[in-house]
Write a protein that binds this ligand. Structure first.
Ligand SMILES: [Zn+2]
Length: 154
């Protein structure tokens, strides 16, 4: 059951003052931080955007062959192999998977929504189960990824 927005009765994207797109000081560039405490199961954000066939850097997959772009927040979420949030693409919601403190970065597992990534990348998220190289859920590591993983195990 969607939680109604507290403030505006108007349709369309509204600035969300409890979330901040910020520089993560990492190689991944921008990220999203919560400015207020979040609780496990909480719907943090309802997203809107433009849905089309094109896979781009900040798009997210809504369903096979369809990607949402021009989102206010979710296109900037960082990846973690043990994320604190998940995206519910059917309900257009960002949901907390655990309690999150103010100032913490919000993270999702990119492979949860994406069949294929715009760009595969090495992961240093620090999670115990970190996969080390992140791909979409339907693709194998590319040549760079195979070399990266081979170097880690040699
Ligand atoms: Zn990781």
């Amino acid at each position: 059951m969607p939680v109604p927005r507290e403030s505006s009765p108007t349709a369309g994207p509204q600035p969300d003052a409890s979330l901040e797109v910020c520089d993560t000081d990492s190689e991944y560039g921008l990220g999203v931080r919560t400015l207020v405490p979040r609780h496990e199961g909480e719907v943090i954000h309802h997203f809107t955007g433009v849905i089309g066939p094109e896979l781009k850097q900040h798009t997210l997959q809504v369903s096979p062959g369809l990607h949402i772009s021009e989102t206010e927040i979710i296109g900037f979420l960082s990846h973690s192999c043990a994320p604190d949030c998940r995206l519910d693409m059917a309900a257009s919601q960002l949901v907390a998977l655990r309690d999150i403190r103010p100032g913490d970065l919000l993270t999702i597992d990119y492979a949860e929504t994406e069949d294929v990534l715009y760009r595969q990348f090495a992961c240093h998220c620090g999670a115990a189960g970190c996969r080390r190289w992140i791909t979409g859920r339907l693709e194998a590591p590319n040549a760079d990824g195979r070399a990266h993983l081979a170097a880690l195990t040699s």
